[in-house]
Ligand binder design. Structure first.
Ligand code: PEP
Ligand code: MG
Length: 957
């Protein structure tokens, strides 16, 4: 969806020729900070390949793929040339929609514009527009097409009068919510018009909510005095939205396919009306691509279609889909096919059968994208219920049986027994259109007020902390004038309050998600959350409320904001169907001390709320409806663990030494300096990892020296002489900073992130190093660089460090390396000669060693840091460090894993840095060990072939 603001539109431009117009367009993009000046050449080069003129006075200049590197952020600038500009292909252009796109977004814009172009008088409207809002209204309005589907058919009506058939069709439209009683009354007064071949037509535009076409057929064709009757079409007309339908009907009659139409079953009848001929060969296939038929897979599809000897058409089985040419990219994109919908290919003549099979096969193969079988995600589910009530049903999932253990990924240790609270999003059903926009606006205003009040009450009830913060952000989102304006604009265009609101929310959320930043993507989830709260009020649907009693939350997946919202007094445990152990939600669950397993699979979502559950966050198991014996065993273990927890807590300020006296330092991981005092209170001997990017993400521009000194100073003060290990800014790739524009990357985890990024902006790194050293003063500070791959990068960072330290002269400083990239572990002997210490980031080290994205929805469950390959890299690192007298810490999540602690101690790791809450327990776990035993266990683990084998072997001893 093309989302434009007034700033994106420039009216009243003039240019003598197309080059002059392009120059202005390029300058507008540069001025908006979307591209650098070189992009102009890309625009010219693209134009030289072929004209970007679309038709109706609109051209869409965009750069060549090579020029994408000059794009800073995706965006559009619309330039209006009321007098027109002669284009190089002989046409005349009134509107330039100039696109700066980091990938193929221009095709989506194209898709939208293809709909715009179909409207009458669009050229004149755009050329004569006197306000930016007029241009935006034309370009941004969502395409509306008349509805024709199984719900508007009324077949086999037992009547013998064409007037009664007309009424039956009108009544069907009313029943389908497309028209009101006024429409039916208007039809009742009409005499049907003959279309020929036994078919008739009645139509009206009064009382129409959604444009639609109905067909009523009799049980048997009959004759009246004016001719034969086999069916009556009833058209609910609105503007020219029904035109395409009438053209198809006309073509059908011209082919002579009208005669037998009324005898066909509904599906074939709809196929005929979609433009598919009676002689066509067809093949249908379910679309499985995660993002539907977007630009890239659509392009693949078109290439396959063009390679066929027969001309292939394609339509969507769901909805009123017109069959369009499968060889036309814009037509294919205009289908807007989503995952789960069915594509029907049809072709006639020689090679038809082979052609449709080839296309169906190509879709099955994913059209160049990996595809997974249908398994509805939470957001897909929400989108489906909110927007597309006719989408395909989801395959049934069987819940786990009584006392049947389900394996899952251990995410946060702890055992819990409590009834399940299965988080299911409510079903919202509402009409898409409404007649009285003033009334709808009033309804929306009231719902917004109601939602605001709800949130205010909730904020008051929530005492401080991140939960209140998130709820306040929600309240702010409600007050966003852009959201409100966008919703009101849709309502003004005929949408109901619900549809207008949800559209505004959905668009805003998609824009957030498109930023490919996980933190921002989670903001999108917040937006949808807020959206549903308002929708609930509009539809009179209660939002799910967690029970008052303690419960175990079962959900498809939860974002950090969901986890932070959990009321820890009531939530005993957390079970998610998806997600991995190093996903940020799992990290937060650990920080909150909630027993959690993730990646338990779809079946847990089929559990009934209230069924008793056992969650074993350490063993990675969920058991529903346990037997009394299992329940008792678990209760006993919970009691034992509570005793251990209390004992660990009592000794939290003591050092962690093995029984034979070997000391391991236990520090805390922090993402916020404000929590440093809490970490000390929980027994942390220092901060082992300060994720400093949070300081940068809190601000709308890079925090200056004074701001950073104040932030870090807070932690040093709380630590009272204990060491602080700070990681320099680790952003880029999948977590960009809004004020640090980066070109789009196909593989952000393998792209410009961590030290690679900060070395590109040495002044940022220098300021941060200066702030850390100045804040430390005489207190111990350890600084480490993230994502180092070899000594060269370390030296580059160290050169900056040395320069700053020569000026600041902090008293107690060490400079180290995070071991997160396998190359760095393999080259540890060279690094150990120059770095003061290593801290192993097992989250990323595992991701890069096993080649599994740590947040991958399906694979991250396999991303287990106990993999022997990762353990061997840790071994290499420790050996290399100790050979040079350097110390090694582990700051990844592996350090909190009870099974891993003996192994890491046995491998010689000197420090474990874990979430604050885990500090007392990790200390207690170290105290259980002896060094020789830990070494034995480490040896055993290293000899295993897989992560599962490592865990099994350790469990067996
Ligand atoms: C790691 O990669 O293990 C690590 C500690 O860094 P982060 O989780 O912040 O990427
Ligand atoms: Mg990392």
């Amino acid at each position: 969806m093309l989302t434009l603001t007034r700033d994106d539109v420039r009216l009243g431009c003039r240019a003598a020729d197309w080059r002059g117009a392009l120059d202005q367009a390029a300058a507008a993009l540069v001025e908006a900070g979307r591209v650098s000046a070189e992009y102009r050449e890309g625009l010219l080069a693209r134009e030289a390949q072929s004209s970007t003129y679309l038709g109706h006075g609109i051209a869409i200049p965009h750069g060549t793929p090579e020029s994408r590197r000059y794009v800073r952020s995706t965006g559009v600038r619309v330039l209006q040339f009321p007098e027109g500009v002669p284009w190089h292909d002989g046409s005349r252009v009134n509107l330039l929609v100039t696109i700066a796109a980091q990938s193929d977004e221009h095709l989506d814009i194209l898709r939208q514009l293809t709909h715009v172009l179909r409207r009458d008088g669009v050229t004149e409207t755009l050329a004569r527009a006197t306000t930016a809002d007029q241009v935006i209204a034309v370009l941004s309005r969502e395409p509306v097409s008349a509805r024709l589907d199984a719900g508007t058919l009324c077949l086999g009506v037992p009547v013998r009068d064409h007037l009664e058939l007309a009424l039956a069709a009108a009544a069907r439209l009313r029943h389908a919510g497309c028209v009101d009683a006024g429409f039916v009354a208007a039809i009742a007064g009409q005499t049907p018009l003959p279309l020929g071949q036994g078919l008739w037509l009645v139509y009206s535009s009064s009382g129409v909510k959604t444009p639609a076409l109905a067909l009523a057929t009799p049980t048997q064709r009959f004759r009246v005095d004016v001719g034969e009757v086999s069916g009556v079409f009833c058209l609910a007309a609105q503007g020219d939205t029904h035109r395409a339908l009438l053209v198809r009907l006309d073509e059908l009659l011209a082919r002579g396919d009208g005669a037998g139409l009324a005898e066909l079953p509904a599906e074939q009848l709809l196929a005929r009306l979609s433009g598919e001929s009676a002689q066509a060969q067809t093949a249908r296939v379910r679309l499985l691509n995660a993002h539907g038929l977007h630009a890239r897979p659509a392009k693949e599809l078109v290439l396959v279609a063009r390679a066929q000897t027969a001309q292939v058409r394609v339509r969507l089985l769901e909805g009123s889909g017109e069959a369009v040419s499968a060889a036309s990219l814009t037509s294919v994109l205009s289908l807007g096919a989503r995952r789960g919908q069915t594509l029907v290919f049809s072709a006639e003549g020689e090679g038809a059968a082979a052609a449709v099979v080839a296309l169906a096969d190509a879709v099955r193969g994913g059209l160049g994208e990996p595809v997974t079988p249908l398994q509805e995600t939470r957001e897909e589910g929400a989108a489906r219920t909110a927007q597309a009530p006719r989408a395909a049903p989801v395959e049934p999932v069987v819940p786990p049986g009584a006392d049947e253990p389900l394996t899952a990924v251990p995410a946060a240790p702890g055992l819990a027994i409590a009834p399940a609270y299965v988080l299911r999003l409510p079903d919202f059903s509402y009409p898409e259109q409404a007649e009285d926009s003033t009334h709808e606006r009033g309804r929306l205003e009231r719902a917004l007020d109601g939602a605001r009040q709800q949130l205010e009450t909730l904020v008051k009830r929530t005492v401080g902390g991140e939960v209140a913060q998130i709820l306040s952000i929600h309240a702010e989102m409600l007050g966003d004038p852009d959201l409100r304006d966008a919703a009101f604009e849709s309502i003004g265009g005929g949408a109901s309050a619900e549809a207008g609101w949800w559209r505004a929310i959905d668009i805003a959320a998609r824009v957030q998600e498109a930023l490919a930043d996980r933190l921002l993507a989670e903001r999108a989830a917040d937006l949808r959350d807020v959206g549903r709260r308002v929708l609930g009020l509009l539809c009179g649907v209660e939002m799910p409320m967690p029970p008052e009693q303690p419960y175990i939350l079962v959900a498809d997946d939860v974002g950090p904001s969901d986890v932070a919202r959990l009321d820890t007094a009531k939530v005993r445990g957390l079970v998610t169907a998806r997600g991995g152990a190093t996903s940020h939600s799992a990290i937060l669950a650990r920080a909150l001390g909630i027993a959690a397993v993730v990646g338990a699979g779809e079946r847990v979502l089929a559990l009934a709320t209230g069924v008793e559950l056992i969650v074993d966050g350490e063993g990675g198991r969920v058991v529903a409806a346990p037997t009394p014996e299992r329940r008792q065993r678990t209760e006993r273990r919970i009691e034992e663990q509570e005793v251990l927890r209390r004992a660990a807590h009592a000794r939290r300020h003591e050092e962690a030494r093995t029984r034979d006296g070997h000391r391991v330092e236990i520090a805390a991981n922090l993402g916020n300096t404000a929590h440093a005092a809490d970490a000390v209170e929980r027994g942390a001997e220092g901060i082992g990892l300060l994720r400093t990017e949070f300081v940068f993400m809190e601000h709308s521009e890079a925090p200056d020296l004074a701001t950073q000194i104040a932030e870090y100073g807070e932690a040093f003060d709380a630590l009272a002489g204990r060491p602080l290990v700070a990681r320099t800014l680790d952003v880029g790739g999948d977590k960009p900073l809004s004020y640090w524009p980066m070109p789009h990357e196909e593989n952000p985890f393998l792209g410009v992130r961590g030290i690679r990024l900060t070395l590109m902006r040495p002044e940022v790194l220098e300021t941060q190093l200066r702030a850390l050293l100045m804040a430390a003063g005489r207190r111990p500070v350890r600084i480490m660089f993230p994502m180092i791959k070899d000594i060269e990068e370390f030296r580059a960072g160290k050169a900056i460090f040395d320069r700053v330290q020569a000026e600041v002269k902090a008293a107690d400083v060490q400079l180290g390396v995070m071991i997160e990239v396998p190359s760095c572990a393999l080259l540890a002997p060279t690094l150990a000669k120059e770095a003061d210490f290593f801290s192993i980031g097992t989250n990323d080290l595992t991701q890069y060693t096993l080649a599994i994205d740590r947040g991958h929805p399906q694979l991250s469950a396999q991303s287990d840091a106990m993999h022997p390959a990762v353990l061997r890299l840790i071994q290499l690192t420790v050996e290399a460090a100790h050979a040079e007298g350097r110390w090694v810490g582990v700051c990844g999540e592996l350090g909190s894993d009870p099974q891993a602690i003996p192994v890491l101690v046995g491998l010689g790791v000197d420090e474990l840095s874990v979430s604050s809450r885990r500090v007392p327990l990790v200390k207690a776990a170290v105290r259980e060990l002896t060094l020789p035993r830990a070494r034995e266990l480490a040896g055993l683990a290293l000899r295993q072939p897989t992560a599962a084998a490592v865990r099994e072997a350790l469990e067996a001893v």
